[in-house]
Write a protein that binds this ligand. Structure first.
Ligand SMILES: CC(=O)SCCNC(=O)CCNC(=O)[C@H](O)C(C)(C)COP(=O)(O)OP(=O)(O)OC[C@H]1O[C@@H](n2cnc3c(N)ncnc32)[C@H](O)[C@@H]1OP(=O)(O)O
Ligand SMILES: Nc1ncnc2c1ncn2[C@@H]1O[C@H](COP(=O)(O)OP(=O)(O)OP(=O)(O)O)[C@@H](O)[C@H]1O
Length: 658
């Protein structure tokens, strides 16, 4: 009965609330089941094992839900779930007993910590428990304790929206209806009426319009408001078709891969994109930073008043507090900054400062999500630095330890036999570079760096990086970033040397991945020189593969050297990828007159894999690659059989790694 009254009160006020049930398995299960029986609703139930759940939650609505975080806490899905709940809903969160929780391994950590087994996440758990315990809007029900007092000061009655455009919606509609051409974007947090607005636009225009979205089920609200003018097509079939229309409407645009979206947008005279701006993956802010930045005449609108629920909703507030969704960049930090290095215990000792680091990185980086928050808080090997002006942040830097693999494992990574999790740059140096021992060196990778927009180009970024390199007890500082000329200029100014450019554009950013090093020790210096030299020597071939100009001094050579022999051994006798070995293979082909059809077809004639397979009567890519490896072995034997056999014996040893 008590819950009936609570829910009736929430409905009257238009609010939703969080109920945390914390106790042992049997007790918390029993309480959640009792609640479910007592209250009518959808009672959507989720736990950590639903990786696809997040996308399916955008644009939907439910009454009441249970999130089971007892084994793992996927906070992005938790936040997404909270956004789907209608006014008058409870979100029930099941957690372990608070006293045991900080030490309990969290299976969600397997997604963001490069450890073999799940780890305990004490910093996050303390932060979360502190947040919910201090928030009067949250009911925390602990086993062996009475149900908490659930009363809050009474809020006014809520008037749900009538169906007519709300004030903010009406203003945007008026502008959109006048728009002759161009791209408009509407961003807002959850439940502000973005989709309804898109539907209202459709019902008001006379021309033909197409709606697209990552999932059709998520466009119900648009369809409802669009009346008769609703024509949905999935993004890929729309791209494949030659459909024309006066308007293209893209709902949840940030969840569509950038390059696909770009092609779609360029085909229609008027485009409306809507997207959620809240920190979980695949959503908004990054979309604005990265995708929308390329349209000069972009019209950007925002909606701030919630419509799915009333303003000041207790559930919305606690989720934003727990996941640090709110912005900090509005305040300009004036004055000379002081650089300060911080370790992970800052989350316990100076939680406000640590939270500000995350917020600043979020506001500047299109990919920063709650996964990063959890990684920053509890994954091993994380370090930070800030440029601080009083209590405010002008810049923040996040670094992670890498490398230090055993020689055996590093060689196995070089040969392509092993690819353990983590160590992004350190492993890449071994897997794609010239030195089988590269991953034994110790590096510190810059995961993210950001300077407050009003304080950029003052040398703060450079000072943060210089300080990190100065403290480092290691061989090098590294960075992996989506290549743009501006960013590369920054890294160059920070003393970094380019060592690798990826062979594929990243789907999310449309950029090639670049890796660069700033050597610290002598061993780091030697590795840096070797890899940079290799890049210069191979640049011409890499450019042919990815069609991009590589910003290094090209030093193409046609003859095979010792590095090439090793590389070719790795390709012929082990599992080095073709793209990595392509420059050395190109030189190998120049050194022999053997037919080597599978290699020449690919590297000299640039033939499609399918055609090549048909010509050579091979059943697909795997047999083709096996043939290419055989041909490389044959050519090495032809050039110097003794050397080739010795190389083969050495490299084959590396697979017997325990
Ligand atoms: C792994 C990663 O984090 S990669 C992504 C890096 N971060 C981002 O892109 C977030 C948004 N950007 C930022 O926060 C900042 O612009 C940063 C971190 C890239 C640079 O920080 P700042 O403090 O602005 O750079 P700083 O003033 O130290 O620049 C040093 C030099 O780098 C070069 N540089 C920096 N920014 C730029 C730019 N936008 N265009 C061209 N050159 C640049 C310049 O040569 C500059 O020296 P100058 O101003 O005397 O010509
Ligand atoms: N003007 C309106 N009158 C009546 N109901 C409205 C109005 N605008 C929006 N709604 C309703 O409010 C709810 C939230 O709207 P909508 O789904 O458009 O928000 P959204 O910002 O797209 O949310 P999400 O990011 O969660 O998808 C929906 O149930 C929708 O039907």
């Amino acid at each position: 009965m008590m819950f009936d009254r609570l829910v009736a009160e929430l409905k009257r006020e238009g609010h939703r609330r969080l109920l945390v049930i914390s106790g042992d398995e049997a007790w918390s299960q029993a309480q959640s089941e009792r609640l479910r029986e007592a209250l009518a609703g959808d009672w959507l139930r989720m736990e950590n094992d639903a990786p696809q759940a997040l996308k399916s939650l955008l644009g939907r609505e439910y009454r009441h839900a249970i999130f089971d975080a007892r084994r793992g806490f996927d906070v992005s899905t938790f936040a997404a779930l909270s956004g789907t709940l209608r006014a008058g809903s409870l979100l029930v969160l099941l957690t372990p007993p608070f006293a045991a929780w900080p030490e309990q391994p969290d299976i969600d950590s397997l997604r963001w910590s490069d450890t073999e087994h799940p780890i305990a996440t004490p910093h996050f758990v303390h932060h979360f428990c502190r947040t919910v315990s201090q928030d009067p809007g949250v009911m925390v029900w602990q086993q062996h304790q009475p149900f908490p007092d659930s009363t809050l000061p009474s809020a006014p009655d809520w008037q749900p929206a009538s169906g007519e455009p709300q004030r903010e919606q009406a203003e945007i509609l008026a502008t959109l209806c006048q728009m002759q051409s161009g791209v408009a974007v509407v961003t807002a947090p959850r439940g502000r009426g973005k989709s309804a607005l898109a539907g209202m636009l459709l019902s008001r225009i006379s021309g033909h319009a197409i709606v697209t979205a990552p999932a059709k089920g998520a466009t119900d609200v648009i369809a409802r408001f669009a009346q008769d003018n609703y024509h949905f097509m999935a993004p890929d079939s729309l791209l494949a078709s030659d459909q024309q229309a006066d308007w293209l409407i893209v709902d949840e645009a940030a969840a569509i891969p950038g390059p696909l979206l770009e092609k779609l947008v360029s085909r229609f005279p008027r485009v409306l994109l809507t997207t959620t701006v809240q920190g979980y993956e695949g959503t908004g802010r990054g979309f604005l930073l990265k995708f929308c930045a390329r349209f000069s005449g972009l019209h950007h609108f925002t909606l701030s008043e919630p419509i799915r629920w009333a303003p000041d909703c207790p559930l919305e507030r606690v989720v934003a507090d727990a996941l640090l969704f709110d912005d900090v960049v509005d305040v300009t930090p004036n004055g000379a900054p002081e650089i300060l290095a911080l370790e992970q215990n800052a989350w316990a000792r100076q939680p406000q400062l640590a939270a500000d680091i995350y917020r600043l990185l979020c506001s500047a980086h299109y990919r920063t999500s709650p996964l990063d928050l959890r990684r920053m808080m509890d994954a091993p090997g994380q370090h930070f630095a800030v440029a601080r002006v009083g209590e405010k942040l002008a810049g923040a830097l996040w670094l992670v330890d890498e490398g230090g693999l055993s020689p055996e494992l590093s060689q196995a990574v070089w040969a392509g036999y092993r690819r353990p999790r983590g160590n992004l740059v350190a492993q890449s140096l071994a897997a794609h570079g010239g030195s089988p021992l590269a991953a034994t060196l110790i590096g510190r990778r810059v995961t993210r760096v950001a300077v407050h927009p009003s304080r950029q180009r003052e040398g703060i970024g450079q000072a943060l990086i210089a300080d990190a390199s100065h403290h480092a007890q290691q061989d090098y500082v590294s960075v992996s970033f989506g290549y743009t000329d501006e960013l590369w200029r920054f890294w160059q100014r920070c003393g970094f040397v380019l060592v690798r450019i990826g062979s594929h554009r990243e789907a999310s950013s449309g950029c090639y991945t670049a890796m660069a090093l700033r050597p610290v020790s002598e061993a780091g210096q030697a590795l840096c020189v070797q890899e940079h030299h290799r890049l210069c020597r191979d640049a011409r071939i890499i450019e042919q593969w990815n069609g991009e100009k590589i910003p290094v001094e090209e030093r193409w050579e046609t003859t095979l050297n010792d590095d090439d022999w090793l590389e070719l051994g790795g390709f012929a006798f082990a599992h080095r990828p073709l793209a990595t070995s392509a420059p050395a293979l190109t030189r190998l082909l120049l050194a022999t007159t053997l037919p080597l059809q599978a290699l020449r077809g690919k590297l000299e004639e640039n033939r499609d894999d399918a055609l090549l397979c048909a010509d050579l009567a091979l059943q697909g890519r795997k047999p083709l690659l096996a043939r290419q490896r055989q041909e490389a072995a044959q050519a090495l034997d032809y050039l110097d059989v003794e050397r080739a056999q010795q190389l083969k014996t050495d490299i084959l040893q590396w697979q017997f790694f325990q």
